[in-house]
Design a protein around this ligand. Structure first.
Ligand SMILES: [Mg+2]
Length: 192
């Protein structure tokens, strides 16, 4: 069986959406993101980051920078008593750059590779798990592996809702103001 996890998109959900994060100084937490992750840490859920970083394939920054940014993100969270149980990223793109980063990989969201890796390594029960993200593709990603999907209005979220929701083929299970609102909704559903 295993534990439930709350999978978190990075840019626009945990950290500010600023376009490509090509320097560690561009990585800033969204307000209340640390508080939200601390609540996950205090619950039975695991907190797992899953992020597409195609800027590597596109040649905007090196893969080593992704690791530096994640170290900074973890440090910023730690300052506020929050921690991630796992971090997974996809550096690929199907058509940009050159191999090995240019490839039809299995890990670029909404494909399931990152969640499958986390499931194996951390012992996660996907039927008890959630994905929180600021793009509708995060919701499709969630549903494709049997998770619930929560859309946040931060980052690209509000624009996704206002411009595209009429065309959505699958609705989010919940639309939240931000990550803290999303986590509170998830925990309240599991609070019996
Ligand atoms: Mg995002």
């Amino acid at each position: 069986m295993g534990r439930g996890a709350i999978f978190l998109d990075r840019d626009g959900t945990v950290s500010k959406e600023v376009g490509y994060v090509n320097h560690v100084s561009r990585c800033r937490l969204l307000p209340q993101a640390a508080e939200a992750i601390r609540l996950i840490n205090e619950s039975d859920f695991l907190a797992v980051l899953v992020t597409n970083q195609a800027g590597v394939a596109r040649g905007y920054f090196k893969e080593s920078l992704v690791l530096e940014v994640h170290a900074r993100l973890e440090a910023l969270l730690a300052e506020q008593g929050a921690r991630l149980d796992g971090i997974y990223y996809c550096p690929h793109h199907p058509t940009s750059g050159s191999p090995p980063y240019r490839q039809e990989c299995h890990c670029r969201k909404p494909r399931p590779g990152m969640v499958e890796a986390a499931q194996k390594e951390l012992g996660i029960d996907l039927s008890q798990s959630y994905m929180v993200g600021d793009k509708h593709s995060d919701i499709l990603f969630a549903h494709s592996v049997g998770m619930k999907g929560v859309l946040v209005k931060t980052g690209y979220g509000l624009g996704e809702i206002e411009q595209w929701s009429a065309e959505w083929t699958e609705d989010p299970d919940w639309i939240a103001d931000d990550l803290l609102d999303a986590v509170k909704w998830i925990l309240s559903r599991n609070d019996e």
